[in-house]
Ligand binder design. Structure first.
Ligand code: ATP
Ligand code: PCG
Ligand code: PCG
Length: 779
């Protein structure tokens, strides 16, 4: 390793360390947040257990003294809800509200009840029920209403009533400037318990908060009291206290007081103003308003769900009543792009309806296959996941969320069976899996023939690496050099191109599979339009491919030197490529790296495809997802990761025609991202040079269609459709196939090691490190 490389390595390691430190810092922050969350939840839990203990004791007492009642019970029920929180002024007796003189509610249910009864005074229950299991504050037993059955009933029954009543009750709004709104919104989103509220709900909460000043030293919230408000600190400093001890301090922009409201418990801590110089200020939201906003949006959600269900074709004929039942049990779930919502072969208990976004359905067609075949894309209104529920079996396909993410309504197994499991459409659904698997088997058999050992039979079996003598370097690729070599064997001298690939580099860049695939496909391919691979070798540092030497040089070099090709030369080059594609596609192989750099001329001037590093066997009906290719040549579906097949080769063919005729590809920018953006804008955004023939432009446009299935060559006529296009009018396809056609550029070659059509490359004295993992055993 030289100094520059070492410096580069050090700097990259340094960056890695910095990134890891950042990660650790973020994790630590997350931990602190989680600890705080745990602590808060523990406070809530603590209260609940206390309440339950007290209730149990109470129930015991009530059994012992059934007639005894608190004399203040009636007043408790008539307490107006807004008197929930007390400040210092009521401290003489914390249970008496100083402003209205009433007894403060000490049970969390009180507020709920007050809410559900709209603040009116229902008559108190005359006698407590010994069986009720009310929860109430243990600190204040003397004023706490004894548990009653009525109370239990009210909170369930009239709460529902209240939902409907409050549905149309206007919610107060208070004007505030932008920064105030932002402060409240940020505080809500920063609160672990409130941050999951819908954006529309947050907006309403923000609008309904009003400002209140609180003097230095006063309590905003007192531990153990009932909570009737949610707060956001607007200005000043506040202390969070528990049992008289300061737990934490907070400045402006913090939401607090949410626990008592969300968990129906009493205040789990006290909040006191620390600021001494001037009043502190808080934003306040009445609990009643909070609940109203939550209920209203909740109801709205059910209504939206029913409306959505009505639009789902599967549920078209169901009654309104049944739809409402379904809507009632549906759960809303979100999945980030790329998430496997369902994985084939796993057990599953949910049924899914897509309410937003798209999913990709893929399937492994054989138990051992690594590849997933794309079956279809499902979108809003479509459903999935019924198979495993109906057949009591494992999932039969994968469901993957597509960008930007997916929203689904889900039903659990029981609800599915009860509500829609009998629908004929579901029971009779046939996705055609069987015929697909049959076709796959057929294709696999073909592949077996194509990639079989017999087909891959290596030639020159007696030739050893040591029989080869390097003459000069023909080219340099991503993994090493291609050398022109002389082979001395059986009293003969042959010349070959020897592609030497650095094993360490292959392993480091995880390209083992691509190199293997290149070997299998090239060894098996026997077409005059594809460079022959005769055999392979290996040693500790390299794998070697002994290739047919294409001594006419690269099309890329010719294009560089000439600037562009005439139509007839371009037709000949494209004709040869089409012959190669016809051969590859008919064997289920896609090439994926078409460009002038990978087209070589043999000594007769015929064009051959070289470099099969990205070629892949996919069979006839499947797709693949690996992003690969050269930026200027990749098709939109590769960029968008939609899954691709041989249609990407037709796209690349259109790009190649453009480059051969003009010297540049149509989509080209200084960096790949810009190039991808141009590609996604489409071929119609390109203005073609005037000198191009009308037919050439038309052919390029027909090949470079955004939608793969619309590309010429991909339809039922296959590659013949391209060959029949007007641009090729008069072209001698039979002459090309039989190689009797005279190529447009015959390049004189003096002898078998004449390298005049190749650039000169300096030698590279550095040796790559050994790589001995053994992945290349077959080479
Ligand atoms: N059969 C051949 N006959 C003559 N020259 C060849 C042959 N194969 C490759 N070359 C020369 O070597 C160069 C590099 O070869 P190739 O593209 O196959 O290597 P690679 O490591 O796969 O490169 P890449 O980075 O493009 O994947 C070619 O551009 C060409 O100039
Ligand atoms: N229990 C608890 N409450 C906290 C803490 N930090 C801030 N608070 C807030 O103090 C508030 C007191 O009233 P709530 O119990 O309604 O909600 C509580 C939280 O919003 C903490 O560490 N523990
Ligand atoms: N087996 C199969 N499932 C599909 C197909 N298209 C969509 N799917 C859905 O993919 C789901 C995967 O999970 P399930 O087997 O429960 O139910 C499956 C179907 O709802 C298909 O062609 N075949």
């Amino acid at each position: 390793m030289n100094d520059r490389e070492r410096d580069g390595l050090i700097s990259s390691l340094h960056n890695d360390v910095l990134a890891l430190k950042d990660l650790v810092r973020n994790r630590e922050n997350e931990l602190v947040k989680l600890h705080r969350e745990i602590h808060k939840l523990k406070s809530v839990l603590q209260q609940t257990t206390n309440h339950l203990n007290v209730t149990r004791n109470e129930q015991k007492q009530q059994h012992q003294q059934p007639q005894q009642q608190s004399p203040q019970r009636g007043r408790l029920y008539s307490l107006p809800e807004q008197c929930g929180d007390v400040t210092t002024s009521s401290q003489i007796n914390p249970h008496i509200c100083s402003s209205c003189g009433m007894v403060m509610p000490t049970s969390p249910e009180f507020a709920l009840e007050a809410l559900s009864l709209g603040g009116s005074a229902p008559s108190p229950s005359p006698s407590p029920s010994p069986t009720s299991n009310s929860v109430s504050a243990p600190q204040l037993p003397e004023v706490r209403p004894k548990a009653t059955t009525k109370k239990q009933g009210v909170s369930a029954e009239s709460c529902v009533q209240s939902i409907h009543q409050s549905y149309n009750v206007p919610i107060p709004k208070y004007d505030k400037d932008f920064s105030a709104k932002q402060q409240i919104k940020d505080a809500i989103m920063d609160n672990d318990f409130l941050k999951n509220i819908d954006a529309s709900q947050v907006r309403e909460l923000v609008d309904s908060m009003y400002s209140k000043c609180i003097a230095a030293g006063e309590f905003v919230v007192r531990e153990g009291e009932a909570g009737a408000h949610l707060y956001v600190s607007a200005a000043g400093e506040f202390a969070v206290m528990q049992n008289g001890k300061v737990l934490d301090k907070m400045g402006p922009g913090k939401a607090f007081g949410e626990l008592a409201i969300l968990y129906n418990c009493t205040r789990t801590a006290s909040i006191r103003v620390l600021t001494t110089s001037e009043d502190a200020r808080v934003w306040v939201l009445d609990r009643r308003v909070f609940q109203q906003i939550m209920m209203r949006t909740g109801l709205q959600r059910i209504e939206n769900s029913v409306n959505f269900l009505k639009s789902v074709p599967l549920l078209r004929n169901l009654s309104e009543e049944l739809l409402a039942k379904i809507a009632d049990v549906l759960e809303l779930e979100f999945y980030a792009a790329g998430t496997y919502i369902i994985r084939q072969g796993t057990a599953g208990d949910s049924f899914f309806l897509i309410s937003q976004g798209n999913v990709r359905v893929t399937q492994k067609l054989t138990a051992t296959s690594l590849e997933e075949t794309e079956l279809r894309i499902l979108s809003r209104g479509d459903y999935f996941g019924e198979q495993a529920l109906i057949n009591e079996d494992r999932r039969t396909a994968n469901i993957i969320a597509l960008p930007p993410g997916v929203e689904c309504l889900t039903l659990d197994r029981d609800s599915f069976k009860r509500l829609i499991g009998d629908l004929c459409e579901l029971k009779e659904k046939d996705y055609g899996d069987e015929s697909r698997i049959l076709a796959m088997k057929q294709a696999a058999e073909n592949q077996e023939i194509f990639g079989s050992q017999a087909q891959q039979q290596q030639e020159y079996p007696d030739l050893k690496l040591t029989d080869l003598e390097v003459v000069s370097t023909l080219g340099i690729g991503g993994f090493g050099r291609v050398e022109l070599v002389k082979a001395y064997h059986n009293d003969r001298v042959d010349t070959f191109a020897l592609k030497c690939l650095k094993k360490r580099h292959i392993v480091d860049t995880k390209q083992e599979e691509h190199i293997f695939s290149e070997r299998t496909i090239m060894l098996s391919s026997k077409s005059p339009f594809i460079c022959r691979l005769y055999r392979t070798f290996r040693d500790d540092k390299y794998v070697y491919m002994l290739l047919e030497a294409c001594m006419g040089g690269e099309i890329w070099t010719m294009l560089r030197d000439r600037g562009s090709f005439e139509d007839n030369a371009a037709q000949f080059i494209i004709g040869c490529v089409l012959q190669a594609f016809e051969y590859l596609h008919s064997h289920g192989i896609i090439y994926r790296d078409l460009k002038p750099e990978n087209l070589m001329l043999d000594e007769r001037g015929y064009v051959k495809l070289v470099d099969f590093g990205f070629a892949k066997y996919i069979g006839t009906s499947s797709k693949t997802w690996t992003f690969c290719g050269t930026p200027e040549y990749v098709a939109p579906e590769i960029i968008l990761n939609k899954g691709h097949d041989r249609a990407v080769d037709y796209w690349a063919l259109g790009i190649l025609i453009h480059e051969l005729l003009n010297g540049t590809p149509p989509f080209s920018a200084p960096d790949p991202m810009q190039t991808y953006n141009l590609i996604l804008k489409g071929i119609d955004m390109i203005s073609f040079p005037k000198q191009m023939s009308r037919w050439a432009v038309q052919l390029i446009k027909r090949l470079c269609r955004d939608v793969p299935s619309e590309r010429l060559g991909y339809q039922t006529g296959g590659i013949q459709d391209i060959k029949k296009h007007k641009w090729f009018l008069g072209f001698d396809w039979d002459g090309l196939a039989s190689q009797l056609l005279i190529p447009p550029f015959v390049r004189p070659i003096a002898h078998s090691t004449d390298v005049r059509y190749f650039d000169r490359f300096p030698c590279d004295p550095t040796e790559p490190p050994d790589e001995l993992s053994g992945w290349d055993a077959e080479f």
